[in-house]
Ligand binder design. Structure first.
Ligand code: FES
Length: 148
């Protein structure tokens, strides 16, 4: 896989053992978020996966709200209704969207760096999308009548 410096996201060691690393990418004129998650805690070249930063239950709910998504017992969690996802293949193993699959973004670990190698997208920047309202945790500011 060929990588280019302008598609370098971060050092592989920046991706936490228990959490996620958030970045933004450009899809045409749109800026979207994706998260990196470490697989199995190893340092092998296939040890990091990348998923678009939204749940498969409600796609306006972000998994990583800017301070890392919850990763527990090897699974990625959605804090809204406790769906869990396998980091390696993105499959929801429990919760209201069980069986659904997170949307993947292709990345490659090369020479201790993580590179965006998905032909559809361009790397934009680190951290959350600055246009988001972080107080709600969702881009549309969903009004939640459950009080949760
Ligand atoms: S929004 Fe993620 S489980 Fe409901």
């Amino acid at each position: 896989m060929e990588v280019s410096d302008d598609q370098r996201i971060c050092d592989a060691e920046d991706v936490p053992e228990a959490g996620t690393f958030l970045f933004t990418y450009r899809d045409g004129f749109d800026v979207e978020e994706a998260l990196l998650v470490r697989l199995g805690g190893g340092d092998d070249e296939a040890g990091i996966a990348c998923w678009k930063n939204y749940c498969q239950h409600w796609t306006d709910v972000r998994l990583d709200k800017g301070d890392g998504a919850r990763v527990r017992d090897g699974e990625l969690w959605c804090n809204k209704h406790a769906a869990t996802f396998r980091p390696d293949d993105g499959v929801c193993t429990y919760g209201p969207c069980e069986g659904a699959v997170l949307d993947e973004v292709e990345v490659t670990v090369h020479d201790e760096g993580v590179y965006l190698t998905d032909d559809r997208y361009e790397f934009d920047g680190l951290g959350p999308d600055g246009d988001r309202d972080l107080s709600t945790g969702s881009p549309g500011g969903r009004i939640d009548f459950t009080g949760s």
